[in-house]
Design a protein around this ligand. Structure first.
Ligand code: PLP
Length: 401
């Protein structure tokens, strides 16, 4: 017997479990569309050239590995807030942003959730239905109650805008409304600029606090500015808001765990106090964040040549995904004789596409066609190349009908 006999087996992670199942398959046609990581046209992992250059620079300079301060690398924190809001934004100029380096997107969301639990006890988080699976875990473990607002409309494979607005309106005043800054995961469906304005209207009306998760800035459209438009629209209204950032996708720094939490406030004085409390929460959790990714980001953003090389590589990655999306749409239209309207695929943005396939249909995708994907019908276009689009179309059409 063990003192730990009371420990039960935890269920496998629904997203990371897909990769495990893919690895276990011996079929040569197998395709891993579960991964949330960029792949080349050869379906291989990719390290950005600009990242290798920045790392070489760091080696040449003989940089040390001393601890960072609790809030992270100052040059990184400055760069990350400026990338997000734009260097000329009044929130930056007036020093109204509290920025703390986090353990990538997840760790930054988790730190913010701990802050909400401490300073807004009982306040609710509102998350989209569906959302990235880890959001629920994060709020659960931080002790923040949450509920869902309508987002996805299966009839149109589009946004249920009316439902979204109604649910945000109906939530208790002062709730934290979690919004995906761009490239909504898992649906790939984003509000239009006009819809974002209306979302901001109800959030202001209800005294809610917007909480943006920005995991794909620059990776969705290829433009850092375009992908931050939603956040900037809210900031321009003078609203207080939270933004978690990640450099996993746009710089391919997945395992470096680099990101940040930004809290926009109405005064610089409040920003100083909020930052001090974020640091206080971070210290007993992990003491201080890792330096390597922070230096990479700071070196790239701080050097005009490297910065423009990064933008070019980001456009290249976003472009490859757009090409695959177009090809998948074209071959679905060419092969499917049922008259189904596949245009929703082209309306989606970012790494993922929501196919509209239900659980039974996704099981057919995996069991019969060896296409590994999450059961919600999401496919990662990053795991697809032009050569495999026809095969995938056959699999989707077979599973639908
Ligand atoms: N938020 C969303 C919506 C995501 O899709 C992801 C990654 O898949 C993350 C946050 C966090 O990723 P990371 O912790 O690697 O930055």
């Amino acid at each position: 017997t063990s003192r730990f006999d009371g420990v039960t087996m935890a269920p496998p992670d629904p997203i990371l479990g897909v990769s495990e199942a893919f690895k276990a398959s011996t079929n040569e046609k197998k395709l891993n569309l579960g991964v949330g990581a960029y792949r080349t046209e050869e379906l291989q992992p990719y390290v950005l050239t600009v990242v290798k250059k920045a790392e070489n620079l760091m080696l040449q300079r003989g940089e040390n590995k001393e601890y960072l301060p609790i809030e992270g690398l100052a040059a990184f924190n400055q760069a990350t807030a400026e990338l997000l809001f734009g260097a000329d934004n009044p929130v930056i100029k007036e020093q109204r942003v509290a920025t703390v380096q986090g353990l990538s997107g997840t760790g930054s969301l988790r730190l913010a959730a701990a802050f909400i639990e401490r300073y807004f006890p009982g306040a609710k988080a509102l998350i989209s239905s569906p959302t990235w699976g880890n959001h629920k875990n994060i709020f659960n473990d931080a002790g923040v109650p949450w509920s869902e607002y309508r987002y996805y409309d299966p009839k149109t494979v589009g946004l249920d805008f009316e439902g979204m607005i109604a649910d945000i309106k109906a939530a208790p005043e002062g709730s934290f409304v979690l919004l995906h800054g761009c490239a909504h995961n898992p649906t790939g469906i984003d509000p239009t600029p006009d819809q974002w304005e209306k979302i901001a209207d109800v959030i202001q009306e209800k005294n809610h606090i917007p909480f943006f998760d920005v995991a794909y800035q620059g990776f969705a459209s290829g433009s850092l500015d375009a992908d931050a438009a939603s956040v900037r629209l809210f900031a321009a209204r003078g609203m207080e808001l939270l933004v978690a950032q990640s450099y996993s996708k746009n710089l391919g720094l997945y395992a470096e765990r680099i990101g940040a939490i930004n809290v926009v406030l109405t005064s610089s004085d409040t920003a100083v106090r909020v930052k001090s409390q974020l640091k206080r929460l971070a210290r007993p959790m992990y003491s201080n964040p890792p330096i390597h990714g922070a230096k990479i980001v700071a070196n790239i953003v701080g050097d005009p040549t490297l910065f423009s090389e990064w933008k070019a590589e980001m456009e290249m990655m976003a472009g490859r995904i757009k090409n695959v999306r177009q090809k998948l749409f074209d071959s679905l239209c060419a092969k499917d004789k049922s008259g189904k309207d596949w245009s929703f695929i082209l309306k989606q943005i970012g790494m993922f596409s929501f196919t509209g396939l239900n659980k039974t249909q996704t099981e057919n995708m995996t069991n019969k066609w060896h296409v590994f994907m999450t059961k919600d019908g999401r496919i990662s276009l990053a795991g697809l190349n032009l050569a495999k689009c026809e095969y995938l179309s056959d699999a989707i059409i077979d599973s639908y009908h």
